[in-house]
Design a protein around this ligand. Structure first.
Ligand code: KG4
Ligand code: ZN
Length: 339
């Protein structure tokens, strides 16, 4: 029997991506077109510019993915698309592209939740993870700690009450005029900074919830800058490196503090980490050290499958389709969607 070919479409934020995987879950193509140049002058994603760029990019990215996978239109069997959460204008481009393709070729259409896609990326890369798993998904839009009980059942243990971890990195970079997107730049500068140079208090909630909060860390960094602007005036100077290292260390401490708290309550067989912030070198190392300490196998997605990509969407689409779950052509994007 010929392999079933799944096409994944992702356009929820500022990356236009189309991927092709087969029924074994092998990635045949995973093309990502970034819009960094579009948004860099503004220091953040501008929704209207993002949707226009998706419109321009999506046919090109589609053709590149088809060429890379060495397939034609006739070979596509199933279309999977991110329908939320995300920016409405951005989501509309991907959803309408996928709907047109499904309608034109009479193909099944599978709606995919972006956050579940980030979790599925871990299965796509690492196969059958030992379950239950404690899974941290950290990106520019979300910070979620899940108990992944089965390949289908994910219990949300904690989420951010304000900024996402990646958003906090991006905002620090904007304050320091480092460029966009800031996470990777902060990571690089932090490598030659002192993580103990500036104090940051760990966020706490009076109700004792396991949730995350990053806005206090951001305010504390802004306070340091306001107190002594002269000290931070040299571009990429030592004070800036020290602040990046101290801030990054506080973000990672807060992320792992909740994982440790959850480990006191939940009995798990593995730890896993995904989402764009999983590219952070200090987080990757600290997460692995935590796994070693608790003698738990630890899985982290490779950078290409950590940041937004359509391979994870195609993989989640394949998983749903194999259980007989499909959507209909009146599919609409959902800006807010729980995992
Ligand atoms: O998963 P992703 O591509 O998009 C969302 O779903 O949001 O994540 C992008 C986020 C951005 O905030 C970016 O600054 C952050 O991931 N990021 C990093 C690093 N690389 C990307 N944050 C910290 N350190 C990094 N090395
Ligand atoms: Zn994402």
């Amino acid at each position: 029997m010929a392999a079933t070919i799944f096409l994944g479409v992702e356009s929820s934020c500022d990356d236009t991506s189309i991927a092709v995987i087969n029924n074994e879950g092998t990635i045949l193509a995973n093309v990502v077109s970034s819009q960094i140049k579009e948004h860099a002058p503004f220091g953040g994603v501008v929704p209207e510019l993002a949707s226009r760029a998706h419109l321009r990019n999506i046919p090109v990215v589609f053709q590149q993915a088809m060429d890379q996978a060495q397939i034609g239109l006739d070979d596509i069997d199933v279309v999977a698309v991110t329908h939320g959460p995300g920016l409405i204008g951005s989501l509309l481009v991907g959803v309408n592209f996928a709907k047109s393709l499904a309608f034109g070729r009479n193909l099944p259409l599978v709606p995919v939740n972006h956050i579940r896609g980030h979790i599925r990326a871990l299965f796509l890369e690492h196969g059958d993870l030992p379950l239950p798993a404690l899974t941290l998904i950290v990106s520019g839009g979300h910070t979620h700690l899940f108990l992944v009980e089965t390949p289908d059942h994910f219990v949300l243990l904690a989420k951010t009450r304000d900024d996402a971890a990646g958003e906090a990195f991006d905002k620090l970079a904007k304050m320091l005029d480092l460029g966009f997107p800031g996470g990777a730049i902060v990571d690089k500068l932090a490598q030659s900074g002192d993580p103990k140079a500036f104090p940051f208090n760990m966020p706490r909630f009076s109700d004792g919830a396991l949730d995350y909060s990053f806005s206090g860390l951001k305010t504390a960094a802004a306070h340091q800058l306001r107190r002594d602007p002269q000290r931070f005036s040299e571009p990429e100077g030592q004070a800036i490196r020290d602040l990046c290292a101290s801030f990054q260390s506080a973000v990672v401490r807060h992320l792992l503090q909740r994982v440790r708290q959850a480990l006191k309550v939940e009995k798990v067989a593995s730890l896993s980490l995904g989402g764009g912030v999983a590219c952070n070198s200090h987080l990757r190392q600290s997460f692995r050290e935590l796994g070693d300490k608790y003698r738990l196998p630890t899985y982290i997605t490779a950078p290409k499958l950590s940041t937004d990509n359509a391979a994870m969407i195609a993989a989640e689409g394949r998983h749903l389709f194999q259980q007989g779950i499909t959507g209909s052509l009146d599919l609409n994007p959902e800006v807010r969607l729980n995992a």
